[in-house]
Structures are given as structure tokens and as C-alpha cells.
Design a binder for this molecule. Structure first.
Ligand SMILES: NC(=O)c1ccc[n+]([C@@H]2O[C@H](COP(=O)([O-])OP(=O)(O)OC[C@H]3O[C@@H](n4cnc5c(N)ncnc54)[C@H](O)[C@@H]3O)[C@@H](O)[C@H]2O)c1
Length: 425
């Protein structure tokens, strides 16, 4: 990596499955040190200490209360991998304590907590970055490059979602001290919108000359968890007939100021293979993740116009339009850690933003907007799929924002010049 080598000192909060994996990834980013780790559970915080000690030879200080960690002077920023309903409040406390903050994905519980993040970031000058790794996935980045080169023409409609059979992980939440179960028992909405909404929002220029105006959501009945529980835990298991609130398939339609529509799906409690179901449709072509297919009217020397409107295999076309970030890391021997490399890249983007003193590629306005879709979809469902307005967290600035920071990890444009050897932006 070509990141400058100044030390970045990160406090780490939340050390369950995801947190411990991300902590190990973070320690592979050049120049990162982790002086302190925290979890509510003693055994998990001990595991965090071991991860840091194994990677660096130095044991971090451990905390059971994150507020104590935030008082440390030797922490520049914090990385939070706790639960959906704790991320925003920890982020606000971190910014108030003078730390930049990044935190794992999940939706928001209320519009108020989104505004709290925005206002605290504006008041403190500390950034608040959602750690949306899918923005750095190889396919998503190549597609972003293709869209910027106008291969799909003007974008009209985009689809995506989180379609992941998590019946065991959700159901066994109490046994495994895992956060999802309570959400599925009590809530009903798109509780996990950002994996595809992140890349979609960057593609559509949301919060920069475009914005989400309104949405409407609909939830199917909830049957998947009960069927799974009866088959795997038996009919005597206390949740066997529990009336889960969360519908098996939640569908949300969002309308953009520039006229595009976005179709989001949340589908985690029925049997199915994993897919984010990404689909991009413009005036010159279409991409479909399911089957990795593409149809574009023409790509010089790659795709010929046919009368039959045949699908093409996306993989060779993706290689031709590889994003320079992925080219760079392929050449430099990308450390193919979590989720094929995107976890590492999003952590690099976070560290780069701390080092450069702010302006992360996913800023507090993106974070608030993407997370808000959860509580807005809950509201729409509760009101019989009534359309609800999406707040403008930029307070009007979306029509004329300050310039973004260009560079290797930029998600607004492909900064080819940043990758030229020896050229610093
Ligand atoms: N980006 C991805 O690809 C990806 C993958 C998996 C999970 N995640 C996200 O990562 C987050 C964590 O996932 P997980 O599966 O590890 O969840 P989990 O529920 O198993 O773990 C959450 C951890 O946070 C700790 N915690 C909660 N509140 C705390 C507090 N106030 N102070 C200190 N510690 C606290 C808990 O003790 C627990 O150890 C979730 O938001 C999840 O959606 C993202």
C-alpha cells in the first residue's frame, strides 16, 4: 500500500464475530495501532486483547465500558462493531469525545438518531463513516467505473438487497449472545438496507445533486423462522410458534429527485443462496448480479450489437473495466481477507480519512441517509405502505455541496490520476 506511514491510533469497540474479524483486518493496515479494546463481555474483550497482542506483540488496555475508552488521549479514532441499536449512540459519544468514528452497518432506529449523528459531526468537526464494505467490492467498483464511462447510458432504475439465509444465526441469538434476534421478534422493516443501498447511492450521486425523496415499503407474512425452528429445534422450543413481526421478504421502493427509482429487498428468513441482487438499468443497457449477466448495446471490441438482445457473461467485461483500486491491489498482492478483500479496502479508506484529517468517502450525510431507510420503511409498513418522506440530512446543501476529497478510495468518481505512480493528490 502507498498510504503514508503516520501512525493512526484506533480504539476498538465490539468484539463478537464481526468485531474480532475486523480487528484482525484493521491491524493489517499500515501504520495502525490499537491501544484499547472494549466489549461488554469479559471473554470477548480478552479475545480482542489476544488478537492485538498476536499481531503486534503489545497488549492493548481493555474496557467493559466504552465511555471509559473514549476518555483516552492516545486514541485518534474509534471503530465500532456492536449492534444496530447501539452504533449511532456510541458514534455520537465518540465524536463528542473528540474522536473520528466508523461503525459497522445496520439501519437506524429513529430519524432523531440520524440527525444527532449529523449535528454532532458538524459541531465537533469529527467524521462519522458507515463502514459499508460493499462499496469496495470488486464487482461494484467495476460497475461504478462502467457507469462513469457511460456504458449503461443514463441510469433509470437500480435494484439490490440483502438476500441471505440467516435463519440459524437469527434464531440462536440468545444462545450465541447475538444481536439480530430481538429485531426480528419486534420490528418489521428493511432492517439491513445499506449493503446494496451504499453502492447504489454512490452510483446515483445521492447527497450530491441528487437525493432520496420518498419511499414506500411492504412486508410479506413471517413464516420462515417458525418452520426452521420446528425442523431444527423441535416444536417444544419456546420460539416455535412465536409470532415474529419481521416479514420474510420486505420490499421498498425509493424515488429520487432526479427521477430514478430504487427497489430494495430484505430477505433473510427463507431458504435461498446468498445474493445482493444488484441490477443497474440505463438507457443503453442492463447488469444483473444473479447469473452475472450484462446486456449493453455496444462496447467497442468487446460486445457487438445483436438483434437477439443476448445476455453476455459479465466476468470478462468486468476485467476490462476493473476499477484502478482493484487493479492496484491485485498487482500489489491484495490481502484477500474478509469478503474477498472489500473489508480490508473499506478499513484502508477509514484509516486514510483519519490520516488526512477528515472527509471520508462515506460521510455523515451518507451514513444518516442510508441508515434512515430502516426506520422509514418500518413507518411505511406500519401505515399500510403509505409513502413517507426521506429527510434531507444535508439541509439543502445537496444542490451545492463542498467538493469531496479525491484519492484512491474516492467513491464519487474514479480518480485515475491518484493511481499514477509517484503522483500524489
Ligand atoms: N459488513 C459486513 O459484511 C458485516 C458482516 C457481519 C456483521 N456485520 C455487522 O457488524 C455488527 C456486529 O455484528 P456481530 O455479528 O459481531 O454482532 P453480535 O451481536 O454478535 O456482537 C455485538 C457485540 O457488541 C457488543 N456490544 C454491544 N453493545 C455494546 C456496548 N454498549 N459496549 C461495548 N460492547 C457492546 C456485544 O457485547 C457483542 O459482543 C452488526 O452491525 C452486523 O450487522 C457486518
Amino acid at each position: 500500500m502507498n498510504l503514508k506511514k503516520e501512525k493512526v491510533r484506533v480504539g476498538f469497540i465490539g468484539l463478537s464475530g464481526r468485531g474480532s474479524g475486523m480487528l484482525a483486518e484493521l491491524l493489517k493496515v499500515d501504520g495502525v495501532t490499537v491501544p484499547a479494546v472494549c466489549d461488554k463481555y469479559e471473554d470477548r474483550v480478552r479475545e480482542g486483547v489476544e488478537i492485538v497482542q498476536k499481531a503486534t506483540g503489545t497488549a492493548p488496555v481493555k474496557y467493559l465500558d466504552y465511555k471509559e475508552l473514549l476518555t483516552r488521549d492516545d486514541v485518534d479514532a474509534v471503530c465500532v462493531c456492536t449492534t444496530w441499536i447501539t452504533h449511532a449512540r456510541i458514534a455520537v459519544d465518540a465524536m463528542k469525545a473528540g474522536k473520528h468514528v466508523t461503525f459497522e452497518v445496520g439501519g437506524s432506529a429513529s430519524i432523531d438518531e440520524c440527525w444527532q449523528m449529523v449535528r454532532t459531526s458538524e459541531e465537533t468537526g469529527k467524521f462519522c463513516m458507515l463502514l459499508e464494505n460493499c462499496c469496495y467490492n470488486r464487482e461494484e467498483m467495476a460497475l461504478f467505473n462502467m457507469v462513469k464511462q457511460n456504458l449503461f447510458g443514463e441510469i433509470v432504475h437500480v435494484q439490490g438487497g440483502y438476500q441471505h439465509d440467516l435463519r440459524d444465526e437469527i434464531t440462536l441469538g440468545r444462545e450465541n449472545r447475538h444481536g439480530r434476534l430481538n429485531n426480528f421478534m419486534h420490528r418489521n422493516g428493511d432492517v439491513y438496507p445499506t449493503h446494496q443501498l451504499g453502492p447504489i447511492s454512490k452510483l446515483l450521486g445521492i447527497n450530491r445533486r441528487n437525493r432520496y425523496l420518498s419511499l414506500t415499503s411492504m412486508a410479506s407474512k413471517a413464516r420462515g423462522l417458525n418452520v426452521w425452528i420446528k425442523e431444527h429445534k423441535g416444536t417444544e422450543y419456546d420460539l416455535a410458534d412465536y409470532p415474529f413481526n419481521q416479514g420474510d421478504v420486505v420490499t421498498t421502493m425509493i424515488k429520487c429527485a432526479n427521477g430514478e427509482t430504487v427497489l430494495l429487498t430484505h430477505d433473510c428468513t427463507l431458504p435461498r443462496p446468498y445474493s445482493r441482487g444488484y441490477r443497474i438499468q440505463g438507457t443503453k443497457g442492463i447488469y444483473m448480479e444473479d447469473g452475472f449477466k450484462i446486456y449493453v448495446e455496444s462496447i467497442p471490441n468487446v460486445v457487438k450489437v445483436t438483434e437477439e438482445h443476448d445476455w453476455h457473461d459479465f466476468k470478462p467485461i468486468m476485467e476490462k473495466y476493473e476499477h484502478p483500486l482493484w487493479k492496484k491491489y491485485s498487482v500489489e498482492g491484495i490481502h484477500a481477507g474478509g469478503h474477498g478483500g472489500m473489508d480490508f479496502l473499506v478499513l484502508c479508506a477509514f484509516v486514510d480519512a483519519v490520516r488526512e484529517g477528515g472527509m471520508p468517502p462515506i460521510d455523515v450525510y451518507d451514513t444518516a441517509t442510508w441508515m434512515a431507510i430502516t426506520c422509514l420503511s418500518e413507518e411505511s409498513i406500519a401505515l399500510g405502505s403509505q409513502p413517507v418522506a426521506v429527510p434531507d440530512f444535508t439541509n439543502g446543501m445537496w444542490i451545492d455541496r463542498e467538493p469531496y476529497r479525491r484519492g484512491l478510495y474516492c467513491l464519487e468518481e474514479v480518480c485515475e490520476d491518484a493511481f499514477e505512480k509517484g503522483k500524489a493528490l
